[in-house]
Write a protein that binds this ligand. Sequence first.
Ligand SMILES: [Fe+2]
Ligand SMILES: [Fe+2]
Length: 269
Amino acid sequence: MDPMERLVADIRQHRCYNHPVFENWAANRPAPEVIGALFHQIQKFCASTRPGWDFPDALAKHGLLGESELLQEIVESEADHGPELARMAGFIVNQAAGEPVCPDVYDQADVEARLKAQSDRFLGGLPGYTPEDGLTVQARRAIAVFDRRKATDLDATYRNLGTALALEMISNNHLIPGEKDCLVDSGAYGASIDQPEMHYLLEHWGEVGAEQQHEKNAVAAVGAVLDERTEPLIRQGATEFLDALANLWDLLDSALLQSGHTRQLAGVG
Ligand SMILES: [Fe+2]
Ligand SMILES: [Fe+2]
């Protein structure tokens, strides 16, 4: 196996890549209030992965011009995904509740405030939860991995490439397919991928989805620079991200999907 194939295979073996959080969501049918809390944490994490900060420029500065272009393409394709994710989240909460809990799913700020209120309610008592932004310790750690994109030294730049590879592999093969399974294919929310409110999934999922192209770009960028010197840094960047996201999934799974909130709230309108 060549080094790039081995790296990709190792990322696929990480427990984050096969985390059961979306299967448990589909099986446990969380109450609409719990779905709000889940989407708040997911939304905050996803938002942190979109900006490129100084990462594409740092690649160019170090002479990695082709790689810089590949990463810049990913960053540009993420524009406008925040409002679309909020729209889908608000729509799913409404469908789960059977009433317009989020009265205007096109009002991103309003939807996000309602999601945060549910996060505060269910997760606010956890040690380290910050009420200003509604972040759990685990979400904050996963988000912090992307702060490294503000550093431009060569080692940080290689770590960022490893993080980008793992992120795009996870998005294309676990996160987006997991959301499609539990939000659409489960049939739990009467949602179809063709509905305008579900455009986020249509945009991201499958053969022509954004994530397929992002993964190709990330594989090409890492493949071009992977050698004995860079591999340890690239692997560090990938592992740091995969560990942090797996810990966030563990928390959401145990606090919101396995804890009894689902059943406890089952009778609540
Ligand atoms: Fe996106
Ligand atoms: Fe992506």
